[in-house]
Write a new protein. Sequence first.
Length: 739
Amino acid sequence: MPKLIVTGPDHVPHEFAVTREMTLGRHPGNDISIPEEKASRRHCRFQPQGDKIVVEDLGSSNGTKVNGAKIQMYTLKHGDTITIGAHMIVFQEDNAPPPEAPLFPGLEAESKDKSRAGEVGAVHAAIDVPAAAELAPLARGKSGSTAARKIPSARVKPIPAGIPDIAPPPRQAEEDEAPPAEETTRPAASAAPVKHASFALAGTIAAAVAVGLAVVLYQNWSSSVAVGPVPAPKVPPNRPPATPAKKKDDGKTVLPVPPKLDPVKVEDNAVPPPPKVDPLQPPADEATVAEEWKKAQAEGRRAMDSGNFAGARAHLNGFLARHPGGEFGQRAQKELADTNKLIDAALDMLLKDAQKAVAEKQYRLATQRCTRLMSADPSGKCGAAAHDLLTKMDESTEPLFAECQKQVAAQVAAGLLDKASAILEKALDDFGGTKWAEQVSALQLQVLMARSFMRQLEAERAKLAASGKPIAVTASSRKAIGVLVGVSGLTLELKSGLRPSSVPIKDLTPEEFQKVLQPLKLADKHVELAYLWLLLERSAGAQAEVERALLDPEQASGAIRLVSLLPNQRNLHVYDFSKWQHQSDWEALSGSWSTQNGRYTLDSADGGDTALKTTALGGAFPAKNARISFQFELLNPGTGYFFAFEFGDEKSSVSLIFTEKGLNLHANVKGTVNERDAWTPGPTHVDFAVSGDTVSVRVNGKPAKALEVGGVSALRGTLTFRVRESGCAIGNVILRSVE
C-alpha cells in the first residue's frame, strides 16, 4: 500500500501507511505529528483519491514544497519528497522495493564507531490548554465542571521582567505553536552542487559534522533516490537513545522529539523560553512516572469534560512521547484509544443535533452546533459535513430574505420607520445564524439610528418653536423655502406663507441639511447622521460624516463599525460574527469555540486561545497606522483569570492583559515596555491605535496609558486572543489601516 517515510534530524525513518485521509503538522492532534518549529500546527494533509494520493497545503506559514517546488495541491508520485525544516517525507507507491544499499555508505560506517557530537535530547511539550464546556455531556455522559482550576501549561511563557503579579499570555503566532527552548545549529548547505566525492569525504570528517552533512546530502539526493531504512547512529553511554515512534490504537502516531545540537545564544531583550527538562538526567523512577501519568490522565479527562478535544489528545500524546513503553505507556495508549472513540461519538452526536435544528428551522442553534464542529474537527468529516449543512441552510433561506428586503425598502421609502423596524426585528429571529443575518443586522441598525435621530430633531424643533425661534429650510432641488413646523418619518414639514409643504430629507443636500441642524445643535452627531445618509443611500454624505466622527475621540469607536458599511473600503477587516462565515477566518488554537448570537464564544471556564488567520488578512497585517477595535465579555471567571489581546508575530508583540487587578499594557519589540491602568470587569470595548512609535488605547471610551514602543510601526503580524480560567464572548472585531 502507499506509504510515507518520515525522517527527522535523528535520521530514524518512520513509516505511515496512507489508507485514509491523514493530516501532518506540529500539533499532537494530527495523524502524523512532527516536532518541527518550521511546521505549522496543521501543515498539510494526504488524501487517497482512487489509486492516487494527493497532498494539499493547509495554509501553512512556510508552505508545502514537493521536490523543492511550493504547491497548493499535488498528486504524489513514487519518490516525491516533501521537506519541512529538518524533516523529510518521502512518498512510496504500492509494493515499491526499498533501496538495497545504504543511502550514505561512508557515513554509516563512520557512525558505527563515533558518537554524534553535541547530541542533546528534548522533551515533547506541545500540550494544549483545556478549554470550553458544552461538549462534556456529549463526550463523557456527564456535565463538565465550571469550577475554576489552575492549568499548568507548557504554552504559557514566563512572566517578563517588570510585570509583577501578572503573567502575560503566551506569544505564538498563527503558525508557531510550540517555540523551542533552544535553537539548533546545523551546518549550512553549500551553494555549489554536491558531488559523489562528498560521500567519501564524509567518512573522514569529525562526528559532529557528519550528522549535519548527512542532512545536506539527503536534501540534495532525496528527490532521485528512494529512501530506505537509515541506521541510527550509535548512542554514547549514559545518553538516552532516540525514542521510537509509537502507534496509537486509532492508527495515529506521535514522532519523538529529535535530539538538538548546540543552542544559539538568546538575545538579552528576548523573552526567556519555558524551562526544559534535562534529557541527560537518569530515567525517572516508577513513582515519578506514576505521578506524571496521574496528572496527564486527569488533565486529559478535564479537557474532555470541557469539550477541548485537541487538548485531551495532546495531554496523552505528551505523556506517550516521554514514556512510550512500560505499564504506564500501555495505559496511556488505551486511554488515548478510548478518548478518540468518545470524541468521534461526541462529534457524530453534535452533527445529528445540527441536522435536526436545520430541519426545524432553528438556525441559531444549528449555527452554534455547526461552528463548534468546524472548530473541533476542522479537517475531518464532521467539520466538512457541518460546513455543507450551513451552506445549504443559507441557500434555502435566500428567497425569504429577498422578500424581506423588498418589504423593508417599501416602508423606508414611505418614511414608516416603525414598520420597517418591526419587519427587521422578525427577520433577525428568522435569519439569525444564516449569512443573511449580517445584512439584516446592518439594515436594522441604520433604521434604528435614523429613527432615533429624527425623534431628536423633532424634540429640539419643538423647544425652539416654543421660544419663538423659527428654523428656515431651503431645498434647492425642490425649489422650496419655508419654516420647519414638524418632522414626520424621514420628511420635513414646512410652511411657506399660507401653503404647507413636505420635503423628504433625501432631497436636501448635506450642506442644506447642516444649516437646518446648526440651530438645533445636532450638527455634531456625526455617527447618527452617517447612519441616516446610509439608509437614504447617500454614500457621499455618510462618508463625510464618518470621517468627521473618526476625528472625535468620543465618536471614533462607533464610526469604525460604520466604515465597513461604506463602499470601496481598503485595508479593512470586520468580524461582527452575525454570520457563521466570520468564524472561518479564525483558528481555534485551544478550547471549544463557536458562533452564538452574533458573538464568537468560548464556552468553558477553563479558557482557550484563538488567532485570526494571516490568509484572511491577505498576509501579515501592518501595525503602521493600524486601528483595531473589539468588544469582549468574560463568562464565569475564576481565580487567576485573564483575558489578553495580542498583536504581532512570534518574536515581537504588543499585548493588553485584563485581570482582576486591572489592565496591563506590555510590549516586546525592540525592548520590553510595561504600563498599568485601571479596568473594571464587565462588558468592555477596546480601541487600539498605532501612530508612529506611540500605542494608544481606549477602554470603554476612556483613554488608558499610552505606550512608547520603539519600532512598533515596522511590526507586522496578526491578532490573537488568549483566555485563562474563564469563558468569554468576543464581538465587533475590526482591523483598519489608515493610509
